[in-house]
Design a protein around this ligand. Structure first.
Ligand SMILES: NC(=O)c1ccc[n+]([C@@H]2O[C@H](COP(=O)([O-])OP(=O)(O)OC[C@H]3O[C@@H](n4cnc5c(N)ncnc54)[C@H](OP(=O)(O)O)[C@@H]3O)[C@@H](O)[C@H]2O)c1
Length: 335
């Protein structure tokens, strides 16, 4: 019998600055037959996420770096082709750490069943998966918003940010978003129910542009991007504000650490708290959040959008698009 082959996207080396097409190489690699306790998988949807950039660097952060020659790691939704694990059967849909490959074999212990139809299964990579959980715990646990407060979120039209603003609204807060185009601003305010939003690319003085959208100041700043947007937000924070440090995409491709305003004097004067978090910190409580998120998605209180790129050949293009703002909502690749 011919050995099954998987197409794989391989890291060619560590990019300096912005990665590009030369950062990735397409290869075919054999897929072994599943052994005892293992499951053979066919990929349906691949997630591309900003954190993957961190693994394409030799510096260890909260996850180990990839090595040149590795398949790019990450989450996917796959269909079980063959199972030698008692919990899985052919045809099941699963969330699997397959990375950028079209097929693979993994131990059953690494898989989670996805109880969604095939056409909705990508939600397990977005609103009902890691980005949804990040929005939920980052806002509610780290940010601790109270009704009537103002929640400002950067990267507001992305996978995490679009949910943060909607959850803030559900909590009775004023939700204000910052995003990179007029279309995104319209989507946030006209469809998602954000109270106000700003296109950061259309303003020189971001603080002056944001101030009228936050007439009572900012109580919770949910930071997905860092850089100039966060410098502006810092100038608007209230007494006892909470700064939720979720992501800093504006500097993921920086060759040298950028210099900016030093925030500590403002934190001191405002008696504010800035706290970073990584979603794994909340692992024990994922089921509670998934239950709540899926109720909100099902009953329409949370509106979800995906930018779906077709075809395995386009995985790097989809990933690079995150740094150019090409996605609205979650960026997904469908095979
Ligand atoms: N702490 C955690 O556990 C955790 C978990 C998940 C994600 N994160 C972080 O959360 C952030 C959002 O992740 P996501 O998956 O939801 O991605 P995303 O927001 O769906 O996609 C990235 C977005 O970032 C914006 N962007 C890109 N370069 C930018 C720049 N230089 N300045 C400002 N905005 C820029 C783009 O939108 P515009 O058009 O608006 O520029 C782009 O659409 C990322 O920083 C990610 O690393 C953290």
């Amino acid at each position: 019998m011919a050995t099954l082959q998987s197409e794989c996207w391989i890291l060619t080396g560590y990019p300096e600055g912005m990665p590009d097409d030369s950062t990735f190489r397409l290869e075919r690699r054999p897929v072994p037959a599943p052994g005892d306790g293992e499951v053979g998988l066919e990929t349906l949807y691949i997630s591309v996420d900003p954190y993957m950039r961190g693994r394409m660097s030799p510096v260890k952060s909260y996850v180990a770096p990839l090595s040149p020659g590795d398949v790019i790691a990450g989450a996917a939704v796959a269909r079980v082709a063959e199972s030698r694990h008692p919990d899985f059967a052919a045809g099941d849909l699963v969330l699997a750490p397959l990375g950028w490959r079209t097929a693979g074999v993994l131990p059953g212990g690494l898989l989670q069943k996805v109880a969604l139809s095939a056409n909705r299964a990508s939600l397990a990579l977005g609103a009902l998966g890691m980005p949804g959980l990040t929005a939920y715990f980052g806002l509610l646990d780290v940010g601790q918003p109270k009704p009537g407060e103002t929640v400002l979120v950067s990267g507001a039209a992305g996978a995490v940010g679009s949910l943060v603003g909607q959850i803030a609204r559900l909590m009775g807060c004023r939700a204000v978003g910052v995003a990179g185009s007029d279309d995104k601003v319209r989507w946030l305010t006209e469809e998602l129910g954000f109270h106000a939003a700003l296109n950061y690319k259309a303003h020189e003085d971001l603080r002056a542009a944001l101030a009228p959208l936050c007439p009572d100041g900012v109580d919770v700043y949910f930071d997905n991007v860092g850089g100039a947007v966060s410098d502006a937000a810092l100038g608007l924070i209230n007494l006892r504000a909470r700064l939720v440090i979720c992501g800093q995409i504006a500097q993921y491709n920086a060759k040298n650490p950028p210099r900016g305003p030093r925030p500590f004097a403002t934190l001191l004067v405002r008696r504010a708290r800035a706290e970073g978090f990584i979603i794994f910190d909340f692992k024990e409580r994922f089921p509670e959040a998934q239950q709540r998120l899926s109720t909100w998605v099902d009953d329409g209180r949370l509106r979800v959008r995906e930018t779906v790129i077709e075809g395995f050949a386009n995985v790097p293009k989809a990933f690079l698009g995150l740094f150019a703002g090409e996605n609205t909502g979650k960026m997904i690749v469908r095979l």
